[in-house]
Design a protein around this ligand. Structure first.
Ligand SMILES: Nc1ncnc2c1ncn2[C@@H]1O[C@H](COP(=O)(O)OP(=O)(O)OP(=O)(O)O)[C@@H](O)[C@H]1O
Length: 804
């Protein structure tokens, strides 16, 4: 037993606990006598043992004190009403009976080896935004070659008067030239409009000339499909479609549509039959339609855009993209041979492929080989171009927006959960300072657990927003994904709304939750997986917390890029643990000062400076104003652990009745009698812990020296899930080796969403769990196998399994 962190997992029984003193030296008789005397002394006068004989791992004092104090506290609680003053720590009687003793939060934690950086001086000039629109005087959309009609529409209806740097460099190029292009620019720099505007402009030019006078050619929805935009996720497709619809309001005769997984194929077919000019699709679903929907004619397609191309490759869409490119190429040729393109005066003479991403990886080059011919590489600035050239083709070349303030927080495993709560509490302490935050977590099970533990248990007086502003009826799709938060509220922000989003949720739930988060008028937190890391554009996001580090650096860049968009400010905090993980900071930036290191103590001190508001049905008293931040952190941790230990009836929602997926999974896998119900929160925590550990093993090969399974303290990590059980119990089957997942195992765990792999550490991984997992052929084969399975399942999510 290495330290007291592990002791949380033992049932200590009722016998007094004392560490046996070991006597060395002297004769056997003398040692025996000394042992006998020590035994007698410990039986009669346990408290008189000299303090110096206690080791840091001495169990006797805390165990005994806790239990006697708690018994007394229990009796007091029975007699007197509990108030904030009379007890800070409430321990339920069953916890006392089972003898569960929590290890101290602040002992035996590994020290950070890196020295903490001084906070940046207050007077420091804030960095100039690098992804903001340019000045109106210098540039406007008209001067880039856009028609007056579109430029005016952008300025008056969309409040976009000047282009961003990437738009300035891309729009004239794609209007005048028919070359393929690769757009690479920071997150939030307006890449979507950079490729959409030239397409819209050129399609509009078929029917309207420069002065918006009719050309005599009538274009309508049945004139042909001119552009296909592929994106990796349904959410991103919907978002691109929403931007395009706004732009097309100035050309209502043009129609766009989406074909994405999770939607009714029947209604998608009906829409395609009616006619569509610009189609936004996920690759899997488009391939499906190309195979099965005769009415989908791609012979007139002049643009193919691959948005977030690197992500699509990671997700195993390579074959789909090859099929799509091949089909368009073949149909274009057939069309040309037959009658030639009638409408091709304003349209490109050849099919133009545009590749678009904030991050460039080797797999993008592969994608380029499949789809691009002599592509022009378009950057936002000359500096970016030079940086990219310097980095060379084998290097990762990307950076975060200059105005984005990054920091990393070195938090020992045991303290992770309380530190997260403290960070969020101080984030929402002032009204209006932060409106929206996103917390990235490695896997869906862990998202579920953190949502469950952080949400308030009180029935909401005001229902979460429905589908429209006037809709006062609660939206059933968000019943289990949107809730007011406990713990992180403050007197200034008494209502902070909590949202959860991951790929294992049904599509209507995903869409409704994202909408609720985007439109939420209260301060809002989104707890999510990497499903939200790409492309998601919610301008009001002020803070991104990477509670679990990304599986690969490019994913980190996309995650933090959800804030500081289009010139706005933003902050990103990365949680790392003391030890090898500290080295990861150097990977994020060649200048470590760029990502300053903060101490968790300061976060706890700030966040727990005032009392924490506990969930409405909590039996524990509020933490008191008189407590110090350390005792408040301990009380909070104890309270969280006790919530997991409460009887299912006390936890008491429908989950306890077996409706909860975790409860079901537990009943299936548990060796105990199925009647014995566990608290659903405890089941959720165990499941989340297992999945977290498995996810930890899937960091990309180059980064595993920082995220080393061998260095992970399972007992300490369990505490971050409020668990007191032995890692041997909750983590059984977890291998400390980082090994490549096999397709079969992966598919199994994906498919079931619970531990279905023969009692091994199961758990629901999220969409992206394999995105950054393992390298090489095995990874690719796995992704391809899963993509194939998704297609054969037909209903399978485009995003739900590594491929989609
Ligand atoms: N010219 C402009 N003026 C003002 N705002 C703009 C302009 N162009 C784009 N935006 C806004 O900038 C935000 C980011 O745009 P967009 O989502 O296209 O960025 P992106 O570069 O694709 O980011 P990511 O790489 O994260 O997907 C959006 O809210 C968009 O409305």
């Amino acid at each position: 037993m290495a330290d007291d962190g592990m002791l949380i997992n033992f049932d200590l029984g009722d016998a007094p606990l004392a560490r046996k003193a070991k006597f060395v030296g002297g004769t056997w008789r003398e040692r025996n006598k000394a042992n006998r005397q020590a035994k007698q002394a410990s039986q009669t006068e346990p408290s008189t043992a000299p303090a110096k004989t206690r080791t840091p791992y001495d169990l006797s004092r805390p165990a005994k004190r806790l239990r006697t104090d708690d018994r007394a506290a229990e009796q007091r609680q029975a007699k007197t009403p509990r108030t904030a003053a009379n007890s800070a720590l409430y321990v339920p009687s069953h916890a006392i009976k089972t003898g569960l003793v929590s290890s101290s939060l602040f002992t035996s934690n590994p020290e950070a080896v890196t020295k903490f950086d001084e906070p940046p001086p207050e007077a420091a000039e804030p960095a100039k935004p690098s992804n903001a629109p340019l000045s109106e005087e210098a540039e406007n959309f008209r001067s880039l070659g856009m028609s007056t009609r579109v430029a005016q529409h952008l300025a008056t209806k969309l409040e976009m008067k000047a282009p961003t740097a990437i738009q300035k460099n891309t729009i004239p190029q794609l209007i005048k030239d028919d070359s393929d292009a690769f757009l690479q620019a920071e997150t939030g720099s307006g890449k979507t409009l950079a490729y959409l505007l030239p397409i819209v402009h050129r399609i509009m030019a078929l029917s309207l000339n420069e002065d918006s006078a009719p050309t005599g050619v009538k274009v309508h929805r049945n004139s042909g499909l001119f552009a296909i935009i592929l994106a990796p996720t349904r959410e991103l497709c919907k978002q691109i479609a929403a931007v395009l619809e706004k732009v097309l309001r100035c050309a209502p005769w043009l129609v766009c549509a989406t074909v994405i997984g999770g939607e009714s194929k029947h209604s998608e077919k009906a829409r395609l039959r009616k006619g569509v000019n610009i189609l936004i699709a996920t690759p899997g679903r488009l391939t499906d339609h190309l195979d099965n929907t005769k009415v989908l004619n791609v012979s007139t397609v002049r643009w193919l855009v691959l948005d977030e191309g690197d992500r699509m490759m990671e997700m195993g869409f390579e074959d789909d993209i090859r099929t799509i490119v091949g089909k368009i190429r073949a149909d274009n040729l057939a069309m040309k041979n037959e009658e030639g393109l009638v409408l091709d005066k304003a349209l490109p003479k050849r099919r133009v492929t545009v590749l678009c991403s904030a991050t460039m990886k080797m797999n993008v080059q592969k994608l380029g080989e499949i789809s691009l011919e002599d592509a022009i590489h378009i950057h936002a600035s000359k500096a970016d171009m030079e940086k990219d050239a310097e980095a060379g083709s084998n290097e990762l070349a990307f950076s975060a927006p200059a105005q984005l303030k990054q920091s990393c927080l070195i938090v020992p495993a045991k303290l992770r959960l309380v530190t997260l709560i403290a960070l969020l509490k101080s984030t929402f302490a002032r009204k209006g300072s932060v409106m929206k935050a996103i917390i990235f977590i490695s896997c869906a099970d862990s998202v579920d657990f953190h949502y469950d533990i952080l949400k308030d248990t009180a029935p909401t007086e005001k229902p979460p927003p429905g589908d429209s502003e006037t809709d006062t009826k609660p939206n059933p799709h968000i019943e289990t994904t949107v809730s007011p938060a406990a713990y992180i509220t403050s007197p200034a922000n008494t209502r902070v709304m909590l949202h959860k989003l991951h790929g294992s949720l049904a599509q209507p739930v995903r869409s409704a939750t994202l909408k609720a988060y985007t439109e939420c008028k209260d301060p809002a937190v989104l707890i999510t997986t990497d499903i939200s890391s790409r492309g998601l554009d919610v301008p009001a996001v002020d803070l991104v917390v990477e509670y679990d580090p990304a599986f690969a650096v490019p994913d980190h860049v996309h995650r933090i890029g959800r804030t500081a968009r289009a010139g706005r400010s933003g902050k990103a905090v990365l949680f790392l643990m003391p030890g090898p993980e500290e080295g990861y900071r150097n990977l994020l930036s060649s200048d470590p000062k760029f990502v300053p290191m903060e101490s968790y103590e300061s976060v706890l001190q700030k966040g727990l400076a005032s009392a924490v508001s506990l969930p409405a049905d909590s039996k524990a008293p509020e933490t008191t104003e008189r407590q110090t931040w350390t005792s408040r952190a301990e009380a909070l941790q104890l309270h969280l652990e006790q919530r997991l230990l409460a009887s299912p009836d006390a936890a008491g929602d429908e989950e306890a009745d077996g409706k909860n997926k975790f409860a079901k999974g537990n009943a299936r896998n548990s060796k105990r009698s199925p009647e014995k119900k566990d608290n659903p929160l405890l089941i959720s925590a165990r499941q989340a812990f297992r999945s977290h550990i498995r996810a930890y093993a899937t960091h990309v090969k180059e980064e595993r020296k920082y995220f080393n399974m061998g260095e992970l303290h399972l007992g300490h990590m369990a505490k971050a899930y409020g668990l007191r059980e032995a890692p041997g119990g909750i983590g059984s089957g977890i291998s400390r080796r980082t090994h490549k997942a096999t397709p079969a195992a992966s598919v199994g765990k994906k498919g079931t969403g619970a531990s279905s792999n023969g009692g091994k550490a199961g758990g629901k991984f999220d969409d992206d769990d394999f995105g950054g997992g393992d390298d090489g052929e095995a990874q690719k084969r796995m992704a391809a196998a899963m993509a194939k399975m998704a297609r054969s399942m037909n209903s399978a999510s485009e995003y739900n399994i590594g491929g989609y």
